[in-house]
Design a protein around this ligand. Structure first.
Ligand code: GTP
Ligand code: SPV
Ligand code: MN
Length: 583
């Protein structure tokens, strides 16, 4: 499919290492997609769902030990350990290559190697970047075809250039003990083995578009962030764009597709992206964002016509469901939190017969849908805009049962970077390990920053100095709990009420009071018309408990201590200033 020497010689090298029986180039044609789907069904890799109700939709179950990203097996392999920093696992490139070569040695014998040329970003955009993934998984091919732009056209855009990210994946034995997700940012290479799950193997996503891209952005003066991008249209028809970073499974897809509550019908949200943003300074001096992805790899549980009808509509055709429940009555899918009664019987994510009385979850908490972004009813007209969209506000947030109020605004860019750097959130099922434990997750990037996070903070501070008209920075928390452990804020569509305050602040149209942690709205500044929420609850949601925040500062200091002298002075200054304001 190409005469590109760099591509062909790399492919020969990888073939010699993994010794596949066949090599198939992915051209992106419907004919080839149909063939791959049919083969995957025949091999039991995919289950064909009810084609009348869900045309083009399939179900896949991963191995039980392979249902989420594995952060403890994810490595940043740079020559110098300090370049990976204290928040990443590190190994020297030569040592890791040697270890992995042994695992990859002959691992595709008897299998087919698929060559997937793909592009992150839209065709013709000056910001797009190319990768080629070699994989022995049809499931990966079919997912990459949804999540990225794949095929002949990508190779045409690449031409003779050697500027592409070299990605190698093999399922091997799905052996958790020998699972590795390895990044070599100094030579644009990603090697992963022994997994077949989403973020570990769809290498355009977290591995390239965040870990490798954040490293590129640091060198080249732009940013790769774990952010949704949405356009909020007001009743006058003006659209303003917001980028928001929340940790995994903390509400990006939901916010990006929000449907306004009845009372605020004149507003409309347009989705540009739900997971990743590449941000650059535009010619007009503002910060501009593109979504490098072409699809959504969204959390299924909790998705319903009440919470996220747009996501549901997006998944009605040409979607791959992973680890959800199969409703055997009509070969459709189900997950916890979907509307209506659960099916009377089905097959759970482990492949076992299931009934509502089984006492186990039908769908895995991190079960997902892979759906083409273009099918989203609220996809933005700017989804493929080559230069992206101008960002008015950056929003950070997470799951905090206490501490963080519903919303606050940073005093300025430097303080906003500090607000992002001090983010903390309860862990979720998106990564293997304990769920519900509060951990520090700066800018929602702790699992995805491809270089030393102290340098990442410095890069954010540096960018701020270079953006003539920077966006304002905010922090939100939809997840505050009351004494009974119930969410105090209704969330979902009603989050628009908070976005409205945010954009009004950007335009100088809303009031705020100055507090120790930043500018907060007064209760009167948040429109709660039509909401069943007491004035007292709203007051609580907007309260800042100084004693809790003093404890918070101790946790922040402990986290920052990891970075030693590499931590930017500005961050140290901000923590001192916060302490002083709390005293
Ligand atoms: P990743 O794809 O892992 O990066 O996650 P994400 O940030 O896109 O999270 P997503 O929008 O898929 O939401 C994850 C879970 O949080 C789902 O179960 C949602 O139903 C739930 N959720 C999203 N928004 C809200 C909200 O405003 N309030 C509450 N209570 N739950 C929410
Ligand atoms: C996340 O974990 O933040 C995801 C899913 O968006 S994965 O692609 O598995 O990383
Ligand atoms: Mn994500």
């Amino acid at each position: 499919m190409t005469n590109n020497k760099a591509v062909l010689s790399w492919l020969e090298e990888m073939k010699a290492l993994t010794t596949p029986d066949n090599v198939v180039w992915i051209d992106g044609t419907q004919e080839q997609i149909d063939k791959l789907r049919a083969e995957a069904v025949a091999e039991g890799e995919l289950f064909k769902l009810n084609q009348e109700k869900l045309p083009g939709c399939y179900l896949h179950r991963t191995a039980e030990n392979d249902v989420a990203r594995v952060e403890d097996r994810t490595f940043i392999c740079t020559t110098k350990k300090e370049d990976a920093g204290p928040t990443n696992n590190w190994e020297a490139p030569d040592v890791m290559y040697a270890k992995l070569r042994k695992l990859f040695d002959g691992c595709m014998k008897g299998r087919t190697m698929y060559v997937i040329p793909y592009m992150m970003g839209s065709y013709g955009s000056p910001f797009s970047k190319i990768g080629i993934e070699l994989t022995d998984s049809r499931y990966v091919v079919l997912n990459m075809l949804i999540m990225t732009r794949v095929g002949t056209k990508v190779l045409e855009e690449l031409g003779d250039s050697d500027d592409f990210v070299k990605c190698l994946h093999a399922k091997k034995d799905i052996d958790a003990e020998n699972r590795y997700i390895c990044h070599f940012p100094e030579d644009n290479t990603i090697w992963t083995i022994n997994s077949g799950y989403g973020g570990n193997v769809l290498l355009g996503k977290k591995c390239f578009a965040l870990r490798i891209a954040s490293h590129m952005g640091h060198k080249e003066g732009w940013m790769a962030e774990h952010m949704l991008i949405l356009g909020l249209e007001n009743p006058e028809g003006e659209v303003k764009y917001i980028a928001a970073a929340f940790p995994s499974a903390c509400g990006k897809t939901n916010l990006a597709m929000l449907i306004p509550p009845e009372m605020l019908k004149g507003y409309k949200v347009w989705t540009v992206g739900d997971d990743i943003a590449w941000l650059r300074i535009g010619k007009d001096g503002r910060l501009w964002a593109v979504n490098p992805e072409a699809g959504f790899f969204g959390v299924a549980p909790g998705t319903s016509t009440k919470t996220n009808p747009n996501a549901l509509k997006t998944t009605m055709k040409d979607t791959i469901f992973t680890n959800v429940l199969l409703n055997t009555a009509d070969n459709t899918v189900w997950w916890e939190g979907l509307d209506g009664e659960p099916p009377k019987e089905g097959i759970d994510w482990k492949g076992n017969p299931w009934t509502p009385e089984s006492g186990v979850k039908g769908a895995h908490p991190n079960s997902r849908f892979t759906a083409p972004a273009k099918q989203c009813p609220c996809i933005s007209s700017e989804f493929e805009a080559p230069e992206g969209v101008p960002i008015s506000a950056i929003v950070f947030g997470g799951r905090r049962a206490k501490t963080a109020p519903l919303v606050y605004e940073a005093f300025d860019w430097q303080h906003g970077v500090f607000v992002g750097a001090t983010m903390a959130s309860e862990t979720t099922a998106a990564a293997a390990g304990a769920v519900g434990v509060v951990r520090r997750d700066p800018m929602a990037m702790i699992p995805f920053c491809g270089y030393n996070m102290a340098d990442y903070f410095a890069h954010w501070l540096e960018m701020g100095k270079k953006i003539p008209n920077p966006p304002k920075i905010f922090h939100v928390n939809w997840f505050r709990l009351d004494e009974n452990g119930k969410f105090m804020w209704p969330g979902f569509g009603d989050n628009l009420r908070v976005l409205n305050w945010i954009l009004d602040r950007c335009e100088g149209k809303a009031d705020a009071k100055e507090t120790a942690i930043g500018y907060l709205p007064e209760a009167k500044d948040i429109n709660i018309e039509g909401l069943d929420i007491s004035a007292e609850t709203l007051e609580k949601l907007l309260s800042v408990d100084k004693s809790v925040w003093k404890e918070e500062v101790e946790g922040q200091k402990e986290f920052f201590a990891k970075f030693g002298d590499r931590l930017p002075k500005e961050i140290k200054d901000e923590i001192e200033k916060l302490s002083a304001r709390l005293a």
